[in-house]
Ligand binder design. Sequence first.
Ligand SMILES: [Fe+2]
Ligand SMILES: [Fe+2]
Length: 178
Amino acid sequence: MNKEHTTAGLNITREQMIELLNEDLAGEYQAIIAYTVYSQVLKGAAYTDIARELEVHAGEELAHAIKIAKQIDYLGGMPGVMPKPVKTSSDAVTMLRADLENERVTVGRYRERIRQAEAMGEFALSETLRAIIVQEQEHEIDLAAALGIDVPPAKEPTHKSGRNPAKNNHASRNAPLL
Ligand SMILES: [Fe+2]
Ligand SMILES: [Fe+2]
């Protein structure tokens, strides 16, 4: 197996971890907004249960944001204030698919972040992220069930060799959500 590939982006500095966690925090803000709005505008008898579930997700995403902000502060960074862009739609399936796609990205990002935290010896951070990723996977399951599909595989960030993983992720900030 290509060792360089499997360890890409694993050994990062504290500054890079702060930067990556701030991108994760922007994703949590995005999730709070999306679930707050979608839970109220999802219409139709078929979506009553999932709309209620999305309200629960909104609260869990807020708890994640607070935990990530706490870890950024602990590492000596300043938590950011800008969410990633939120897709708007009046179509239920489009909203649920947007949420599911964001959760896939989130799970992929936290898988990588847990490995990076472990490599740094930041075990409290790793534990915090592990608790969050459990809930993100539950969000995926809820959304996939509402859409009547299987949970798609997580979308792990890709790093081109020789590039700084923290910088590389800037490109995803303005990427389309679907
Ligand atoms: Fe979250
Ligand atoms: Fe989530």
